[in-house]
Ligand binder design. Sequence first.
Ligand SMILES: *Cc1c(COP(=O)(O)O)cnc(C)c1O
Length: 365
Amino acid sequence: MKKIPIAQPVIIGNELKYVRDCVRSTWISHGKYIDEFEKGFAKFCETKYATTVVNGTAALHLLLAAMEIGKGDEVIMPSLTFVATANAASYLGAKPVFVDVEYDTWNIDPTKIEKKITTKTKAIIAVHLYGHPADIDPINALGEKYGIPVLEDACEAHGALYKRKKVGSLSKAAIFSFYGNKIITTGEGGIITSNNKKLIERAIYLKSHAMNKKRKYYHKEIGYNYRMTNLQAAIGLAQLENISKLIATKRKNARTYNMHLERIDGILLPSEKEWAESVFWMYSIILKKLRLKDKLARYLSEKGIETRPFFEPMHKLPMYKTKESLRNTEFLSTNGISLPSGVLLTSDQIYYISQEIKKFAKKYI
Ligand SMILES: *Cc1c(COP(=O)(O)O)cnc(C)c1O
C-alpha cells in the first residue's frame, strides 16, 4: 500500500519551462536564473541581499566561515534542531553550545541563553523549528548587550512571520534550505539572506574558491566550491512564484488538523503565538503520556500513514554529548511526532488521519 507521505515536493509551475531553457541554451552551471532567484528570494524575505549555495548545511558553514568563526569559538543554539546546525559550527573547529527550548513554541528559550554566554561566544543561532518563528527580539537584545551576532536557521520556515516581519530578515543573517521536503525546493540547495553587504560579499567570495577578483587563480586563503547551479536556481525561481499559495495551503491544513484534534486529551497541538505566523512546515503533535510515540507511529504506519519522529536532542548525540539535562528538549524529543504535512494532502486524508489518532487515543491514552 502506498502510504500518505510525510512530505513531498510540489511542482506545479514553470519549473520544466525554465529548466528546458537552461538545457536548450546550455547555461546549466552559471546563468541568469541564479541572479533572478537570489533577487526574488531576497525580496520575498524583505532583505537587501541573498546568495545561493549547494544546500542548507553549506549555507550555515559558509556563513559562519564568512563571520570568521573558528577554532575555540562557541556558537549558541537550541538542542532541539537538525544536526546540521551543530555540525556547521564543528566544521570550523567551533563548539556548539546547547540551550533548552520552550515547551510551547519548541524554539530556543531566550531566558536560558544568557547563562551560556562566555567570552568565547561568537554567535547565537535561533532555529525556527517546524515553521514557527523563534522569539527573536529578546535574543537580539542579548546579542546587542554582549556584542554577539544573532543568526537564524530558517531552513524550516520560509515565509513565516515574526511581528509581521519575515523570518530571514530578523537578525544579522539567515540561512534557508531547499531540500525536497522543505517549503520550496531546488532538489538540493540553500541560501543566505542578509542586509549586511560586507558579510554577503565575503560569503560570495568564499563560496567561489576565494578567487581574487582582479588576479584570476590567485587565492590568499582557503575557499569553497559551494555554488548553486543555474538548473537548480531555475527550479527555485519557479517554486518561488508559487510560494504564497504553498504556505496558504500549509496553514489551511494545520487549521483542519487543529479542528479535528483539538478535543483529544493527552495531545498537545502545535502552538501559534499571537506575534507569529507559522508556516507549519511539519504539523506535529506531542503525546503527553510518556513513551507512546513509537506505538502511535507503528499504529499509523499500519493504517498507511507515514510519520516522523522529532529530532534527537543534540546534547544526547555521541559527538556532542553533555551531562546536563534540558527538560523541554528531552520531553519534546521523546514524545513529539510529525504527521503528514505535504501541500498535496487532501482534507479527506486529514480527516482520516485524525480519526485514526482519535481511535488510538481512546485505546491507549
Ligand atoms: C534541513 C535543515 C538544515 C540543512 O539543510 P540541507 O539543505 O538539508 O543541508 C539545517 N537546519 C535545519 C533546522 C533543517 O531543517
